[in-house]
Write a protein that binds this ligand. Sequence first.
Ligand code: ADP
Length: 725
Amino acid sequence: MPPIRIVLFFLLFMSCCDNFVLAQTDANVLRILKKAENEFKEANFEQSLITSRVALNTSTYIKNDYLIARSYKVIAANYNELVEFDKAIFFYKKALIYASKTDNDTIKNKICNNLGNMYCFEKKSYSEGIDYYRKSIRYCLKIKDSSQVYFTTVNITWAFFDIASFTQGKRYLDFLNKNHIKFGDDSTEVILNMLNGMYCRHTKEIEKANAYFLKAIQLGKKSTEKSDLSFAHLEYSKFLSDIKKYKEAYYNLQKYNAITDELYNVEKLKKASIAGFNLELDEYKRQIDKIESEKDSQYQSLRKSRIIVFLFVLISFVFLILIFTLFKNISFKKKTNIELLKAKEIAEEASLLKTQFISTISHELRTPLYGVVGITNMLLEEHKELARSPHLSSLKFSARYLLSLVNDILQINKIEENKVVLENLTFNILDEISMIKNSLSFLSQKNNNTIAVNIDPNIPEYLIGDKLRLAQIMINLVSNALKFTKNGEVIITANLIKVEGIYYFIKFTIKDNGIGIAIEDQSKIFEKFVQVGRKEEDYQGTGLGLTIVKRLLGLFGSSIEIESDIGKGTMFTFTIAFEYNLEKTKKLINEIQVDLTSNQEYKVLVVEDNRINQIVTKRIIENNNYSCKVVDDGFAALEILEIEDFDIILMDINMPLMNGFETTKRIRLKNIKTPIVALTAFDKDEINDEAVASGINEIIIKPFEPVKLFKIINCLIVETKNVGY
Ligand code: ADP
C-alpha cells in the first residue's frame, strides 16, 4: 500500500475513534445531566449544582452546545429555587446563547418560558417577560408541542392580567378555555379558573367571577401546588373588596398570607440550609466563568493557530513560487549559457575562418602580384623605350595598387585581432622624417609640392619606440597631404610638449594647403574604405590609409585630431610618448650593424616552384651581380647542395612535394650551415615560429624591395662568415 494511502487510512481510523470517544462522552454527559435533574426534582439543590457543574465541564470540553445549554439550564433552575433570581436569569441567558447555536427548539422554548417567568413574576419586568413568552410560543409552534404552547399561554395571560392588559390577555384566555380539556392539568385548572375570575372581575360580571374564584380555590385545595391556591385567594380577595364584601375579602387575604408564610418559611429553610453553601456557589460561578474564558482563549488560540496555518500555507506557497522561479531562472540561464557558449564557439570559429581566409587570399594574391610587379620591372629595364608607355605604367600602377590594398587589409586584420605588438627600437626623429620626406619626393614632384620639416631642437637625439609604425603613420598622412595638394606646401612638425619621467611626449603635425575636407566628412574619413569625392584621374587610394593610422595610434595609446577647411587645407595632429633612456640607447646603438654591404660576388641558390617568380627573383639577383641557381623543389635543392656550395639559399615556403620548412630541416640535418632566407608571400608573424624551428635564418615577404633583400643577404653572409663557417 503506498505511504499516502496508509496516512489517509490512519487518519480515517483516528477520526472514527474520535467520533466513537465523543459519542461515548455525549452519552456520559446526558447521564450526568439526568442525575443533576433528578437531584433538582428531589430539591437536593446543592448536589444538583455540583453534578450539573461536572456536566457543564465535560460538555464544554467536548464542545457540545446542546449539552452546554442543558447544563446551564439546570444550574439556572437551581438558582431559581434558591431564590437567587439574578443568577438564575444570568445562567438561563447563557443557556439560551448555547441553545441558539443548536437546532433543538424544545430546549429553546423551555428556556424562554423560564426566562419569561423570571422577568414577569420575580422581577416584575413584564414587557421583557412577555417577549420571552412569545419567543417560547414560537419555538413550541415550530415543533408542534401544543401542550407546551398551552402552559406558556397560561403564563402570558396571567402576565397581561397582572398588568391590567385585559384586551391583549383575552385572546390568550380564549385559547386556554378552548384547549383546556386537551392540554390542561390540575395545576393549570386552578390558574385557569383564577384567570377567568380575574377577567370577569374586570368586565364586572360579578356572579361569573365569584363562581370562577370559588372553583379555583376549591381545586387549589386539592392540588399539591400550594402557591396556586394562595394566588387564587389573593385574587378573590381583590374581587370581594371590589364588590365591598370586606369581611370575606379580609378572610381570603389572610388565607393568602398564611399559605405564603408557610411557603416563605420553607424558602427560608431552604435558604438556611444553603447559607454556607452559597459561598461555594459563587466559587462554582467563578469556575464556570473560568471554563468560559478558557473556552474563549481556546477559541482565540484556535483562531490564532488557524491564522498561523493560513500564513504558513501562504508562505509555503510563496516559497514554492520562488523556488519554481529560481529553478526556471537557473534552467533558463543554463540554456542561455549553453547558447552563449555555442555562439562564442561559432564566433571564434568564424573569426578563425576570417583570419585564415584573409591570410590565404593575401598569400594567393601576393604570389602572382610578385610576378606581375617583377615582370613589369623587367620589361621596363629591358625595353627602355616602353618607359613612356601609358599601358605599361598603368599595369605597374595597378599591380602596386593591388599590392598595397592586400597589405593594408592584412594589416587592419592583424590590428583587429590584437596581433600587432609595438617594438622598441632606437631611432633619430630627424633621420626618420628625412627618410620619409625623401621616399615621398616622387609624389611631391608629381603635384608640384614642397615638403618642409621642423624638428624641435629640445627633442633628444635618440628615442626608443616603434619607429616602423611611426614611419607608417607619417607616410600615410604625408602622402595623403601630397595627394590632395597641388602646387602647395606640406609642413611636417615635431615638438616636445612635455616630459614625464623617462617619457618624452612628441606632438607631430602634418599640415597642407590643399583641397581640405568638409566638416561633415571629417569623422567619416577614418572609417574603412571611405574616400571623399574620389575622382579616378586624380589619384588612386584604398580608403584604408587613415583607418590604419587611427588603429596604429590606438596601439601607441594616442589619437588623431583633424582641422580642415575646404579650399584652405588640412592639418592632422597626434602625440606619442617615446622613451628616452641613455643607457638603453647606447646598448642598442652598439648592436646596430654599421655597414654590411659588400662588393663580393655571392652564390645564391633559389628554391622556387613558380616559373614566373623564378624568373623575377633570378633577374633581381643577377642585376646585383650575384650568381644565381634556381631549383624547382626541395628534393632538387637537397641534391644540388650535395655537390655544390652556396653563400645563401632563398627558399620559397609554399611548394608542392616538400615545403620550405621541411626542406630547411633536411638541409640542416645534413649539417649544412648556409644561411637560409625564406622568400614567401605569407605574413611574417604567421610563419615566424615554424621558420625558426626549422632552421630558417630570416624571412622576407614577397614582393620585396631588392635593396632590402641584399641588405639582409649581405648581413647574414657576413655574420655566418664571422662566426667561422
Ligand atoms: P585613401 O587611400 O583614399 O587616401 P585614406 O583613408 O588615407 O584613404 O583617406 C580617406 C579620405 O580622406 C581620402 O580619400 C580623402 O578624401 C580624405 N583625405 C585624407 N587626407 C586628406 C588631406 N590631407 N586633404 C584632403 N583630403 C584628405
